[in-house]
Write a protein that binds this ligand. Structure first.
Ligand code: DC
Length: 673
């Protein structure tokens, strides 16, 4: 067991980009489908955690070529079109439910072979019978050590290579059904019929959608059975992008409920209508008071003005019930979570574990842990508001929460512990065995810490083509900052002034044109993009020859500079509201005039020949030296190296080296809040 972790409550609102890993369910399905495809697929944004490593290790043991690159979050896998290279293997699948079920069905495709499968103690107790019975019906034998038919792990599988007409009882877990659906196309004429119903229907839909993505759509027929109209190997996809994990995202949707007003957490790439049913948690959170704003392909979570309870059916997205249950003691009214009976047979008995730990904190739950222990059919939990009780329970110091090797227990109570119960930052919750999050989210507690950092402003100044944009964009991307290019602001204004017939030499032609200008901002990826009258100007129109020639002249006019100053300063608030960890603004006068309080100031320079070459390489006609002269000799806000700025000459430095220097500067001032 890893050492207990005391959670430090947040004393300031959570801010920044939540580092959510790739979805476990999608990664493990994609690994299997890619292995059954007719060639190579590279999974991008893949999850690297205990459960996915277990499946990767198993595929390697079965003779597949799999190359995982954890830094790049990619997994390259060469599919064998339905063939399993090794006919004999011994596989240990730990407590990975998806790997256990998916691999068992996968191995049933082998026309011959002997496969020994085992798992942890907890896995040996998890449901397998429905799947094993279905496969036995198709002539595949799963035998215990004593030669009797197995209903649980461990067992030895003697496959027959044919599936035929399978009948599956998936009432205990939808994974039992998903496992069979994924192998269905590889066995012509096969069908899968479900006995009764299953839990967590969205995971079945995820499986169906992914079979379609890999080129083998399934038909779900009215009588509750599935067939593949065009059976065969899956198609290798070249690359396949894994969505960020919606269950993991639930913790960061919840966090702003407990960290006070002014929070802004950004979930980059949060796919609302993608493959994952757990995105439904966002709707429940909305009912309980969350403020959620979709922004392009991101979701921004602000502080919840109000945290209230409610009555919810979590059957379809039950992995997220623990997130809400852990918040519930802080709500203003009771929270009832229904239809979660199947979670009593997951990593642990999750309903009982949740009730036990909430009671440890003095919270009233119905049924009680004792009642749950007496009746394993109970499938709902009501949690009562309990702020006072929490204080009473924690009066002697942090309460140690038991996590039962369940990653979701650790993460959920990590969020509750982030609440400043005493109002003075004193910790009140400690998490036993925090490393159990490695099952799906190895860096969860680091990701939580990262949202504690105060908003940081970075000013990057320098002459034309000194590398400001390239550097600022990469730093923004890597540190979760909003990137603002003020040169583009001057270019957009210049474009509009030229179009209106204004001339820099005649300020009386500039003022009326400026009065009509309506600037706005749009966030695109990590950058704030200027809009003119609600429209984004085309990039080429801002880098045209006439703009290049006129921009420094217009930029020298105090009227133009004043016009842009308030707009540029407002970008800081924009970045805060949109959940960025800070802002990185580039230009000529950022550290000196626009953001003189910026915590980090950088001045980039390169020799004029190198800079002219950079522009020429971009295919631009741009008299770099001439613009620099105008920019640095004007009376208002000239280009200077701001006081206290770090000078970086990048004439001979590669971009990665400059980025590393700037990142180090930012990290050295990033004060934990
Ligand atoms: O960074 P850039 O080359 O796109 O900038 C275009 C012009 O805008 C630059 O020559 C001068 C002006 N500018 C400025 O005066 N102050 C800034 N903060 C940014 C740009």
């Amino acid at each position: 067991m890893s050492p207990t972790l005391t959670i430090r409550p947040f004393r300031t609102p959570a801010r920044g980009v939540a580092q959510v890993p790739g979805s476990k369910s999608i990664t493990n399905r994609a690994l299997l489908l890619a292995a059954l495809a007719d060639g190579e697929t590279v999974l991008t944004g893949a999850l690297f955690s205990r459960d996915t490593r277990i499946l990767i290790t198993a595929l390697l043991a079965l003779g597949f070529e799999v190359a995982a690159d954890e830094d790049a979050q990619t997994i390259r896998i060469v599919g064998q079109g339905g063939r399993i290279p090794q006919t004999h293997a011994k596989l240990h699948i730990g407590n990975a439910g998806t790997a256990a079920r998916f691999l068992t069905a996968f191995l049933a495709l082998a026309p011959q072979g002997v496969y020994e499968l085992d798992g942890d103690e907890a896995m040996r107790a998890r449901p397998m019978a429905g799947l094993l019975e279905a496969l036995t019906g198709a002539g595949c034998r799963a035998l215990r050590a004593d030669g009797q038919p197995a209903t649980h792990f461990p067992f030895t599988l003697h496959p027959s290579g044919r599936l035929g007409e399978l009948v599956v009882d998936a009432s205990a877990s939808s994974q039992l059904l998903s496992a069979l659906l994924m192998v269905l196309p590889l066995s012509p004429g096969a069908s899968v019929r479900m006995k009764g119903t299953t839990v967590s229907e969205p995971f079945v839909v995820m499986t169906e959608k992914m079979c379609t993505q890999f080129g083998r759509p399934l038909n779900r027929e009215a009588n509750g059975s599935w067939r593949c109209p065009q059976p065969g190997a899956y198609q290798a996809l070249g690359t396949y992008a894994i969505e960020p994990d919606a269950t993991a995202a639930s913790y960061f949707i919840a966090l702003p409920a407990v960290t006070g007003a002014g929070a802004g957490v950004r979930l980059q790439g949060y796919v609302k209508n993608g493959l994952q049913g757990d995105t439904a948690f966002a709707e429940v959170a909305g009912h309980c008071g969350a403020t959620l704003t979709p922004q392009g392909s991101s979701l921004v979570v602000q502080s919840w003005p109000d945290l209230r309870g409610g009555n919810f059916d979590f059957n379809d997205f039950s992995d997220t019930f623990l997130t809400l249950a852990a918040l519930a003691p802080l709500a203003s009214s009771p929270t009832t979570i229904r239809n979660i009976g199947h979670t009593r047979k997951q990593e642990t008995d999750r309903v009982l574990a949740m009730a036990t730990e909430l009671e440890r904190l003095g919270v009233k739950v119905v049924p009680t842990a004792e009642e749950l222990r007496a009746d394993d059919k109970l499938s709902a939990l009501t949690i009562h508001p309990a702020r006072e009780a929490l204080r009473a329970a924690a009066v002697k110091g942090p309460v140690e929460i038991h996590t039962y090797e369940d990653h979701r227990m650790a993460m959920s109570f990590g969020i509750l512990g982030s609440y400043d119960l005493w109002g003075d930052g004193r910790p009140w919750i400690a998490i036993q065995d925090p490393a159990c999050t490695s099952k799906t989210f190895p860096k969860f507690f680091q990701a939580l810490e990262a949202l504690r950092t105060q908003f940081v402003a970075v000013a990057v100044d320098g002459g034309a083509a000194s590398g400001k944009s390239s550097t600022a964009k990469v730093v923004a991307h890597e540190l979760g900052l909003l990137h603002v290019d003020t040169g583009a602001h001057y270019r957009a204004v210049t474009r509009a002034l030229l179009d209106a017939g204004a001339r820099a030499e005649d300020v009386t032609s500039v003022l009326p044109a400026l009065a009509h200008l309506r600037l706005g901002s749009e966030i695109s990826g990590i950058s704030s993009v200027v809009t003119l009258d609600g429209h984004r100007p085309v990039d080429a129109s801002l880098r045209s020859e006439d703009v290049n020639a006129a921009v420094s002249k217009f930029a020298a006019l105090p009227a133009v500079r004043n016009f842009l100053l308030a707009y540029q300063r407002s970008q800081v608030a924009l970045g805060q509201a949109a959940g960025f960890a800070g802002v990185i603004m580039e230009g000529r006068d950022i550290g000196s005039v626009v953001l003189p309080q910026a915590e980090v100031r950088v001045f980039l320079q390169a020799d004029p020949v190198a800079r002219a070459q950079r522009r020429a390489a971009e295919g631009q006609t741009d008299a770099v030296a001439q613009r620099d002269l105008l920019d640095s000799t004007r009376a208002t806000a000239p280009l200077v190296c701001p006081e206290g700025a770090t000078r970086i000459d990048n004439t001979h430095l590669p971009l990665v080296a400059v980025v590393a220097q700037v990142k180090a500067l930012v990290q050295s001032v990033a004060r934990p809040a």
